[in-house]
Design a protein around this ligand. Structure first.
Ligand code: ADP
Ligand code: MG
Length: 353
């Protein structure tokens, strides 16, 4: 903690002169970050307690009670202005997306959410922005019984770093490394919608209907939560990953971790009608395989378990598509509908690429 309001400043902070939060309209009264925490983050509808939270926001650490015979699942995702979202991003949607992409990692392990921490840096205090941001967090937190349990608040360029905590029954986590030769490769939902939404966000898709535009924007800002789907696949799927960087890239992570190869039939990739309206036929496969931000699940399952997996997912309203098969080979091959190998150059998104 930094005592920004102490006069004269007693603490040593390398950019001390810059480190006050100023509230517009409040005569430049400096606020300490604990006022912000109390006003926005430590609120009952966001920082609520559940049976797994022994102690939430307010002490040096939160305390979590894990169910017996469980393992803890932890994952962090950082979202930076200008890298992951534009400066003008709606704070409500940004908050929802920030928490949902983190929950997606819990989903991919088959984990049940417990709570999340929020490390946020803000250029200034914008009350309306913070209120909307917290509303977005609250909506997703309540929908997943995953409250805010702690964090850190500093002044700086806008960035949002969330860490989610969850639990899985011991030994039942869906890892990337479990794919077996002969397993089917499956994906939930549709591919490429979030990538196709970028054209809408940039105002380059004026031929699309409003319904299609809304559907693509929703895929980008409010990725469907796969948390329930991930839990339903416990004990059935042999491996799983969430699709954040594009199927081609994320499936390769499963293959590498499992030391296997795969064949994928391009004509079975699930594409939504909005995606097809927005994307010229010739570009569809590349965008569906290489566009990031889908946050659907890619999982492998033994053929004998597929019907049960499909039925469990259907009960949750989650569509599932079989797109290929794992083999003992060393590479990932793309097949046309006639079974012939197609050469494709698809790279997923990489930050330093
Ligand atoms: P410390 O100096 O011990 O790290 P802080 O003053 O940073 O404590 O935080 C005080 C309490 O508020 C802690 O419980 C911390 O987890 C919580 N907190 C700080 N920032 C946030 C935030 N953005 N969201 C939720 N809780 C926060
Ligand atoms: Mg402390």
């Amino acid at each position: 903690m930094v005592f920004w309001t102490v006069q004269p400043r007693l603490c040593v902070h390398w950019n001390n002169a810059l480190s006050e939060f100023l509230i517009p309209g409040l005569n430049n009264v400096a606020v300490a970050e604990f006022d912000i925490i109390a006003r926005y983050f430590a609120q009952a509808d966001l920082g609520f307690t559940t049976q797994n939270i022994a102690l939430g926001i307010g002490d040096d650490c939160a305390l979590l009670s894990l169910p017996v015979n469980s393992e803890m699942a932890i994952s962090t995702d950082m979202l930076l202005e200008g890298v992951h979202f534009p400066a003008t991003a709606d704070p409500f949607l940004l908050a929802q997306r920030s928490l949902l992409v983190n929950l997606s990692d819990l989903a991919a392990m088959g984990a049940t959410p417990i709570g999340f921490t929020l490390a946020i840096s803000l250029p200034a205090i914008d009350e309306q922005w913070l209120q909307e941001f917290c509303k977005g967090l609250t909506k997703v937190a309540q929908a997943h019984a995953c409250p805010l349990i702690g964090g850190d608040t500093t002044r700086g360029p806008l960035s949002v770093c969330i860490t989610v905590h969850g639990w899985v029954p011991k030994g039942e986590a869906l890892k990337r490394s479990g794919a077996q030769a002969g397993d089917l490769i499956c994906v939930t939902g549709f591919l490429g919608d979030a990538a196709a939404a970028l054209a809408v966000i940039q105002g380059k898709s004026n031929t699309l209907t409003e319904v299609d535009q809304a559907s693509l924007l929703e895929a980008y800002y409010t990725p469907k939560s796969c948390v329930a789907a991930g839990q339903a696949l416990r004990g059935l799927a042999s491996s799983a990953i969430d699709i954040s960087d594009g199927l081609a890239s994320d499936l390769r992570h499963i293959l590498k971790a499992s030391n296997k190869g795969a064949k994928v039939r391009l004509d079975t990739l699930p594409m939504s009608s909005a995606f097809c309206s927005a994307t010229p036929t010739a570009d569809r496969v590349i965008l569906a395989l290489g566009g990031g931000d889908d946050y659907e699940l890619c999982f492998t399952v033994a053929e004998k378990n597929f019907a049960e997996a499909e039925s469990r997912l259907r009960q949750l309203g989650v569509p599932v598509s079989r797109i290929g098969e794992i083999n003992t080979g060393a590479d990932l091959q793309w097949l046309a509908s006639d079974g012939n190998v197609v050469e494709l150059d698809v790279q997923g998104y990489t930050h330093f690429g």
